[in-house]
Design a protein around this ligand. Structure first.
Ligand code: ZN
Length: 195
């Protein structure tokens, strides 16, 4: 089994729920699991991971992984919103798996709303993390295409493709397929989209 995994998907693809279900079933079979999340992600709680469907579990909230070392008994490390960590943090994870039998599973976004890779996600690919796409459908009514883009909109429904890197919280974000992303980029307004 690979010892470094990256489960990625767009916003709303149930990545956090996936993490929590994995943690739950590992706990049930007596495995020692640590859950980590970046400190910047405090939209629901400072010391818990909470999924939109209501599942929650305690988590270690860390700004970076500089001083982090897993407990000696830890077998699995699950990391939520891993895209918000840094390139150096991913290298620290690689160091950990090189010198232990721990299995690390990161969950998060591959790209931001400007169609660019997050640094941590890029590093995960570069260091050979096993990639698992968590699929979800385009959130435009009636569209069944695979959601591939995190589209960000201003209050007038215009897409923003050169804004600051994605913020936490999904109010102004919609996960869409490539076709709809291109439509919005060509000037179509969100509430005028043809179904
Ligand atoms: Zn679509």
């Amino acid at each position: 089994m690979a010892n470094l995994h990256f489960h990625y998907g767009v916003m709303g693809a149930a990545k956090t729920a996936n993490l929590l279900i994995t943690a739950f079933s590992l706990n049930q079979t007596g495995k020692h699991v640590e859950i980590i999340k970046p400190q910047c992600d405090n939209r629901f709680s400072d010391n818990e991971i909470v999924s939109r469907i209501g599942l929650r579990m305690p988590a270690l909230s860390l700004q970076n992984l500089d001083d982090y070392m897993p407990k000696p008994e830890t077998q699995f490390i699950l990391i939520d919103e891993i895209q918000f960590f840094s390139t150096q943090d991913i290298d620290k994870l690689v160091e950990i798996i090189n010198y232990s039998k721990v299995i690390i599973m990161g969950y998060g976004l591959m790209t931001d709303s400007n169609e660019h890779l997050f640094h941590a996600s890029q590093r995960l690919v570069e260091v050979g993390a096993k990639l698992h796409l968590i699929e979800s459908n385009c959130q435009i009514d009636g569209c069944m295409n695979l959601a591939t883009h995190n589209a960000r909109f201003d209050k007038n429904g215009r897409i923003i493709t050169n804004g600051p890197q994605i913020a936490v919280g999904s109010e102004q974000y919609i996960s869409v397929c490539r076709m709809h992303f291109e439509k919005f980029k060509s000037g179509v307004i969100l509430n005028q989209i043809e179904k």
